[in-house]
Design a protein around this ligand. Structure first.
Ligand code: ADP
Ligand code: MG
Length: 567
């Protein structure tokens, strides 16, 4: 029988799959299961719209059957199936809608990075050639009397012949490659590895993915004084949990369920501080389950930590850490996003995908921001706990990208202040400002006690003005990035002279300087080389002297910059 040739672009892709250096060959299983699930969706849809099928949701399944001896892996479904034309057009041509775009993408796909994209999104049916030498597809379309057998060993083409098949649906029979070149293909014939792969990639497929597995049981269970006697037996297991927690009704899911899910999925021992559920419908539909951890993980402020959310498309895992979904300043947020609008197949429209991701990301950013503001307003204790863990991250966020995010973040900041024990937000500070007070003042130092005893602060507190205490090295940079809040400049007390002194005070200081010329000259002499000049200050109250920085940098900032700058 003459072999039919694949269309040119399919051939290229096939070559790539067969000779794939892509390390995640295991994704082929996810691809085939998702196809099976799509096929069932189609038939179920028919059943719901056309009562003639007599089928209901619970009749459907996807089955995996490994045969170690024959090195054959079979995957079957009882979905809609394919007739001859379907087989020709679906398996003979890859990625119909976006094939040209895809082809040109592939031409450039020489970099490892691009190959990773293939793995993340998958290229569908053809990925099975990464692990198989030969593939047979036996299918019977719903409503047809006969079945068809499609067969291919890869690049040299395929054959289609009629064949027997008892029920509607599709069987994919893969002759798994021998273990060569250090690649362990046998794991795709091992029940436990297969079960683990289903759990990893296809846990939330809406139909049962089943496989017969070996179990053992104690024959004497229940008999108190009998020695345990073990026997093995085989049983069909459903490998996937089918309904993801984020797809369930809000009323069915308890807080405990969500906390449990979070801890298992993201390896935390503690309940999250906050869980955010998003159910967005409209131009782009998606469901998200976001978690704000209660504590920063041990590696959070290191390079080891990777941000990102899990991305699913209708229950199929596409990416474990999709970085694009969370902004850098909220990188502590963990969670999952599931959107039917993100297609599994990048060959469709890559650009469209990117646009969808960006839209979801900006939506998610707003949700997180809103939620944090809400916690700050309604549960200050919880917010302060959050601040302990991730405040530094938000401060970095204010400074990042030349202050591009500062307006979103400025109301989430907290600082200690002279007003009392509690941390204050900038809005709260402004609410307490004196009528004649023009600026927001801050003082820097190693700790609160040290700042509070700075000679310069007395003078400002005397006026009844509050001072923010900056104890974090980055605080001053944050202030510089913000510049002002609510129209009030944020100023260091050491540089606050100009707007605090009245003309009279200035005159008085000039007069005193003139009178004490000799004393000042003496002080400058003694401290020569260590101070630039000695002068009369109007700021001092109970203390005789203070040190003041000249120029735009405070002492603290200078100290910091010296630390970080190379010699
Ligand atoms: P995609 O799933 O993105 O369309 P694939 O390469 O995975 O791309 O599959 C190509 C097409 O082959 C599917 O769109 C579908 O029409 C058909 N197909 C694949 N597997 C099955 C199956 N198990 N049952 C019915 N049709 C299938
Ligand atoms: Mg597919």
């Amino acid at each position: 029988m003459a072999k039919k040739q694949f269309k040119a672009e399919s051939k290229r892709l096939l070559d790539l799959m067969i000779n794939s250096i892509y390390t995640h060959k295991e994704i082929f299983l996810r691809e085939l299961i998702s196809n099976a699930s799509d096929a069932i969706d189609k038939l179920l849809y028919l059943s719901l719209t056309d009562s003639g099928t007599g089928l209901s949701r619970s009749d459907f399944y996807i089955r995996i059957e490994p045969d170690r001896e024959k090195r054959v892996l079979k995957l079957s479904d009882n979905g809609i199936g394919m007739n001859k034309e379907d087989l020709e057009s679906n398996l003979g041509v890859i990625a119909r809608s976006g094939s040209l775009q895809f082809k040109s993408d592939m031409e450039q796909a020489k970099e490892q990075e691009d190959i990773d994209i293939i793995g993340q999104f998958g290229v569908g049916f053809y990925s099975a050639f990464m692990v198989s030498d030969k593939i047979t597809v036996i299918s019977r379309k719903y409503g047809d009397e006969e079945g068809w057998k499609w067969q291919s060993s890869g690049a040299d083409g395929y054959t289609i012949v009629p064949c027997e098949k008892e029920t509607q649906g599709t069987e994919i029979i893969m002759e798994i490659k021998p273990d060569t070149d250090g690649e362990d293909y046998s794991r795709f014939l091992n029940e436990n590895s297969l079960a683990a792969l289903v759990k990893k990639y296809s846990d939330y497929i809406r139909y049962p993915v089943q496989m017969e597995m070996e179990h053992s049981r104690n024959k004497n269970a229940g008999q108190a004084d009998a020695e345990p006697e073990w026997e093995t037996y085989r049983e069909v297991d459903t490998l996937n949990s089918m309904v993801p927690i984020w797809q369930r009704n809000k009323s069915e899911v308890t807080e405990e369920d969500l906390n449990q899910f979070y801890k298992e999925k993201f390896f935390d021992f503690e309940d999250p501080l906050k869980t955010i559920r998003v159910d967005a419908e409209g131009l782009i539909s998606y469901k998200a389950l976001l978690f704000i951890p209660a504590k920063a993980s041990y590696d959070y402020y290191t390079k080891e930590y990777k941000k990102g959310l899990q991305l699913y498309s209708s229950g199929v895992l596409i990416m474990d850490r999709c970085e694009e979904l969370v902004p850098e300043h909220f990188r502590f947020v963990r969670g999952v996003v599931d959107s039917p609008d993100i297609s599994l197949n990048i060959s469709r429209e890559m650009l469209q995908q990117t646009r969808h991701l960006t839209a979801i990301a900006s939506n998610i950013e707003k949700k997180i921001q809103g939620e944090l503001e809400k916690i700050m307003g309604s549960d200050r204790e919880a917010y302060e706990k959050f601040w302990q863990a991730f405040g530094l991250q938000l401060k970095y966020g204010v400074m990042a990208d030349f202050g591009a995010h500062k307006d979103k973040l400025k109301d989430l900041l907290l600082f200690p202040s002279s007003a009392g024990e509690k941390l204050t937000s900038l809005a709260e500070y402004v609410g307490r400002m004196k009528e004649d007070q023009k600026s927001i003042y801050y003082a820097t130092g190693e700790n609160i006690q040290m700042i509070a005893s700075l000679p310069q602060t007395e003078y400002i507190r005397e006026k009844g003005y509050e001072i923010l205490y900056f104890t974090d090295e980055v605080d001053e940079f944050v202030a510089q990035a913000l510049m002002a809040y609510d129209g009030k400049p944020i100023q260091s007390i050491s540089r606050a002279d100009a707007d605090l002194k009245t003309d009279e005070e200035k005159k008085e200081i000039e007069k005193q300087a003139e009178e004490n010329k000799d004393l000042l000259g003496f002080a400058a002499d003694v401290l020569k080389g260590r101070v630039k000049e000695a002068r009369i200050s109007g700021k001092l109250r109970s203390q005789p002297v203070c040190l003041t920085a000249e120029g735009p940098l405070s002492f603290e900032m200078e100290k910091y910059l010296k630390q970080v700058q190379p010699e």
